[in-house]
Write a protein that binds this ligand. Structure first.
Ligand SMILES: [Zn+2]
Length: 59
């Protein structure tokens, strides 16, 4: 019997959205975790034009 691969449940640390399509800086502890969704990162101007995290930004 093979267990299905379960993805960790991530919720955004800023807006609380669960399992955003694109996220940054996931912190997962035993299948439960938090991240920053891309919308929040963009809203805070943490991303450059290419969608990469700006240097010096720590999430
Ligand atoms: Zn968010």
């Amino acid at each position: 019997m093979s267990a299905p691969l379960t993805l960790p449940r991530l919720s955004c640390r800023k807006c609380g959205r669960t399992n955003p399509m694109v996220y940054l800086a996931p912190v997962v502890i035993e299948a439960e975790g938090t991240c920053i969704c891309q919308d929040c990162a963009e809203a805070r101007q943490w991303l450059d034009r290419d969608g990469n995290l700006r240097p010096g930004i720590e999430l």
